[in-house]
Design a protein around this ligand. Structure first.
Ligand SMILES: NC(=O)c1ccc[n+]([C@@H]2O[C@H](COP(=O)([O-])OP(=O)(O)OC[C@H]3O[C@@H](n4cnc5c(N)ncnc54)[C@H](O)[C@@H]3O)[C@@H](O)[C@H]2O)c1
Length: 368
């Protein structure tokens, strides 16, 4: 008989939409691996609603200080899913007490904050960033395809789209924190553009080096949060491309798309308008086709190939949680989504914001 693993004791800090809809489900799919000892949220009804999912033993708190005083010694890790301006204070609080933290995206409001978290990390107390799309088996397959010289060749150019209907998302609440640049760290690029920007880096293995961006700052956004943005980028391997990000697409709830051309291969994320993030199709010049009309017929959906390469496909939120647990158990930093790996993602968001303000082309700060 095998002994069940002893559960990792975690707490949720921030008990809103993403904690309830995704992280809780992920935790509950590993009953032997995790025990949620506490939840914490200044909005008590949100904390109570989340705690109900984990059973009567989960303690409820309204501040991290109160929670740490009561159960701090029992905690192995924290999942921090608050508005963005609470990521740094919450992250520092736990790191300084030796507790690892999984922090939702974007990890911080800016690079200065990311560096503060880096300075507070120790061997056993680290940050894992919640860019969970890096834990999608589809992304692993795409990475292999795009970084294959035979099938894809050198990446040449890309186009990213990220659209979210903000009126629907906020249910018309004009005080929502996501509309406020001071609380969210920016607008559409920071809050959701971070997903395609980060996944492009993951798939291509290239970092952003330069950006020129033009933004719109329409109501109900305040404090410098952009409502839409069009940006042009150069990356470290010479890849160039564009981003069209908008919080103003009528009747489109959310859509994330990527088109990427290499010297020998093409990749399309072909979602129907209104789909969350559509299926990918790809084509490669191996085998080579000369006939123009014949080219129309040769696109392959990648779903079947992904299933074969990664038959045990699981939810990205669940896989990132298991990665977090392994690092905790081995008392080391995680391999994926460290602060170092996230540096260029936060740096490009900062460069986009600077370019939208100045109208100039801006160099992206590099990890020194
Ligand atoms: N990975 C994804 O696909 C994804 C999707 C949505 C949101 N997110 C991210 O998750 C985080 C939370 O977003 P959400 O949509 O759940 O927001 P939300 O507004 O639904 O929930 C945030 C919760 O945090 C609480 N809170 C505020 N300040 C706090 C503090 N100091 N300490 C503890 N709790 C506090 C609020 O009361 C609220 O219950 C953000 O970083 C967001 O970008 C990620």
């Amino acid at each position: 008989m095998t002994t069940p693993p002893s559960p990792t004791h975690i707490a949720f800090v921030g008990c809103g939409g993403i904690a309830y809809n995704q992280h809780a489900k992920a935790v509950l799919s590993f009953p032997d691996e995790f025990k949620v000892v506490a939840v914490c949220d200044p909005t008590r009804p949100n904390a109570e609603k989340l705690a109900e999912r984990f059973g009567s033993e989960t303690a409820i708190f309204e501040s991290i200080e109160e929670m740490y005083d009561a159960i701090g010694t029992e905690l192995h890790g924290v999942v921090l899913t608050t508005p963005h301006d609470a990521h740094l204070p919450g992250g520092l609080f736990f790191l300084e007490r030796g507790i690892p933290v999984l922090i939702e995206k974007p990890v911080t409001l800016n690079l200065a904050e990311l560096k503060q978290l880096q300075a507070a990390e120790t061997a056993g107390a680290f940050v894992q960033v919640g860019q969970m799309q890096r834990f999608d088996p589809e992304a692993w397959w795409l990475k292999d395809f795009v970084q294959s010289a035979e099938r894809f060749g050198r990446p040449i150019s890309f186009d990213l789209n990220i659209w979210q209907n903000i009126h629907g998302y906020t249910r018309g609440n004009s005080d929502h924190w996501i509309l406020n640049g001071k609380k969210a760290g920016g607008g559409i690029c920071t809050s959701v553009g971070v997903h395609p920007l980060d996944i492009l880096r993951f798939i291509t293995g290239q970092d952003f080096v330069e950006v020129t961006a033009k933004g719109r700052f329409d109501a109900p956004f305040v404090e410098g949060a952009e409502s839409s943005c069009s940006a042009l980028f150069e990356m470290s391997g010479g890849l160039t491309g564009t981003l069209h990000a908008s919080y103003q697409p009528p009747r489109i709830p959310y859509a994330q798309r990527l088109v990427l051309f290499g010297e020998r291969g093409s990749l399309f994320q072909n979602n129907k308008i209104g789909d969350y993030a559509g299926p990918y199709t790809m084509v490669s010049e191996d085998p080579h086709i000369d006939d123009f009309m014949a080219m129309f017929g040769n696109f392959t959906p990648i779903a079947e190939e992904v299933k074969q390469a990664y038959p045990e496909k699981s939810n990205p939120f669940a896989l990132q949680l298991i990665h977090f647990r392994e690092a905790i158990l081995e008392d080391r930093k995680p391999e994926e989504n460290t602060l170092e790996k996230n540096f260029n993602t936060i740096a490009v968001l900062e460069a986009i914001a600077k370019s939208m303000q100045s109208g100039e082309t801006v160099k992206v700060e590099t990890l020194s």
